[in-house]
Design a protein around this ligand. Structure first.
Ligand SMILES: Cc1cc2nc3c(=O)[nH]c(=O)nc-3n(C[C@H](O)[C@H](O)[C@H](O)COP(=O)(O)O)c2cc1C
Ligand code: SF4
Length: 496
């Protein structure tokens, strides 16, 4: 008893000495003013700051409050991915009044459910040696092995196979994990050309041929820019560059993998078309590029260059990413300020292609927070051929929006290569969620179509959606973006 009392006594004394040392250290250090002024108790501030993120997210934030995705959106994806009932009671919590709100135009006589037909197939790159035909509507956007974990890729790849959609490899190159399930793949080539370069860093035709030889590789995508960070290349923080990733990318281990902010060989539209043409010639597969739009006028320049050279030089597709797009890691300045949101850029791209008579030739893939049925339907109304998403699929994999994707500490194992954290993500179980997410998303887009009176998503028109104006009343998208005359700008060209 006496000995026990003695131990407690010593523990108290040790505690007081430790607190005293911390107090002296806090008061004398110069880095943190809070700790200098409020030694020891100042740590409460850091504790509250760290805890606050979770308290706000799980307890205090309203259903429609958070960014990038609010709880209502996330819950819809979680439920769709688990294939549980997504119906709600009492009424909508969505505020229909703010300017820019989208809603759809219901038909007085909706299409009878039994009349709804599946989406028709679309062919990309009709004139290629190996065109790609698919009837998928929603596909998995680029996320590289590096930005996301091996288990995440396995789950996405198996889910894509079950759902019949494609998976984009991202700029980290093709890995055995992408190929494992046999799903359709889009091979992305980033500015560092990971997986497609020779020892000097130049584009390697033999590497291109090697990848193109896989039947699973359906298309090649040149990544000019990505919505979250136009003007900068990809960044894979050193902490995430493991031995395996370093080997696949042929880069030093545990050093930041920074891609150049532009392809050294592409400085203008003519060089872009040369690059596309070369890859298509070497691989025989549809080739296009991914971009976030800034200056609209550049599209005229690109289209004029295509017309000048001939339609065979046109990209087979353009993937248009909105400025609101996600990233594994990017500077906040670019994430917050650069590029145009998809709501503004998608109609401009579609209309420009129509005006140059290129719309049928060049397919358009849209992305940028298109993760719920309403937003996907909106993209089809505006004129997209396909929709892709990254973060919708991350939610399907269980992402809790902890916003630590760049730190290797992702609690759900999606963006972490820490063995224990990654182990938490079971590829088998999560692949079923990926499958259900695609299927339920497509089905509910079908429900919107049905209510609008059309049979399938690609028959949606701008007149099927309205947008709330500054006056508080809505205007038809068809009035905001009236249909352009096919080829109108073509006829103005002297050389045609
Ligand atoms: C973790 C993560 C990694 C990404 N990696 C790439 C990439 O390698 N290449 C690319 O073009 N885009 C990349 N993106 C962007 C997405 O492909 C997509 O364009 C963007 O997030 C918009 O879609 P979303 O709003 O549905 O997420 C990444 C996004 C995330 C969240
Ligand atoms: S849980 Fe957090 S760290 Fe993991 S993928 Fe989602 S946002 Fe990124």
């Amino acid at each position: 008893m006496h000995e026990h009392f003695h131990l407690i006594h010593w523990a108290y004394l040790a505690g007081i000495i430790i607190l005293f040392i911390i107090l002296i250290w806090d008061v004398s250090q110069k880095k943190h003013s809070i700790l200098r002024t409020y030694p020891v108790i100042g740590y409460l501030r850091y504790f509250a700051e760290a805890l606050g993120v979770y308290l706000r997210r799980f307890f205090y934030a309203g259903d429609r409050e958070e960014l990038p995705f609010n709880r209502a959106e996330r819950t819809w994806v979680y439920e769709a991915a688990q294939n549980i009932d997504t119906t709600i009671g009492f009424g909508s919590t969505r505020n229909l009044k703010p300017t820019g709100t989208i809603y759809f135009v219901d038909a007085p006589f909706p299409v009878l459910k039994r009349k709804i037909v599946a989406a028709q197939p679309v062919t990309v790159g009709e004139s290629c040696r190996h065109p790609y035909t698919t009837s998928s509507l929603v596909n998995i956007s680029a996320m590289s092995y590096g930005a996301i974990s091996k288990n995440a890729i396995l789950a996405l790849s198996r889910g894509a196979k079950m759902a019949g959609c494609w998976l984009n490899t991202g700029e980290g190159g093709l890995t055995p994990f992408h190929l494992e399930s046999g799903c359709d793949l889009v091979a992305q080539i980033g500015t560092a050309k990971f997986g497609y370069r020779d020892k000097q860093g130049n584009l390697s035709d033999s590497q291109l041929k090697k990848v193109a030889a896989y039947d699973q590789i359906k298309m090649f995508e040149i990544k000019l820019s990505q919505g979250a960070k136009p003007g900068t290349g990809g960044i894979l923080p050193a902490i995430k560059v493991t031995h395996e990733i370093a080997k696949i990318r042929e880069i030093p281990v545990h050093e930041d993998a920074v891609s150049p902010n532009r392809f050294p060989e592409i400085a203008n539209s003519a060089e872009l078309l040369d690059f596309i043409h070369h890859i298509r010639e070497v691989t025989g597969k549809p080739t296009g590029f991914k971009i976030v739009l800034g200056d609209y006028k550049w599209l005229d320049d690109l289209c004029n260059e295509i017309i000048k050279r001939g339609i065979e030089y046109a990209p087979d597709f353009i993937t248009l990413d909105g400025a609101e797009g996600g990233t594994g890691a990017a500077p906040m300045t670019l994430v917050d300020y650069m590029g145009l949101p998809i709501a503004e850029s998608l109609p401009v791209l579609i209309d420009t292609l129509v005006e140059y008579g290129l719309r049928k030739r060049i397919k358009v893939i849209a992305s940028g927070k298109l993760i719920t049925p309403g937003m996907v339907a909106w993209a089809f109304c505006v004129g997209a051929d396909f929709v892709t998403s990254a973060r919708g699929f991350m939610f399907a994999l269980g992402c809790i929006q902890a916003l630590q994707c760049h730190k290797n500490t992702c609690p759900t194992g999606i963006t972490s290569h820490n063995r224990w954290l990654e182990r938490g993500l079971d590829p088998e179980n999560k692949s079923v969620r990926v499958y259900h997410y695609v299927k339920n998303l497509e089905q509910e887009v079908g429900v919107i179509c049905h209510s609008c009176g059309v049979e399938e998503p690609r028959k949606l028109k701008r007149s099927h959606a309205r947008i709330v104006s500054a006056h508080g009343t809505s205007v038809s998208l068809a009035d905001v973006y009236p249909n352009k005359k096919e080829g109108i700008k073509l006829k103005k060209q002297d050389h045609i």
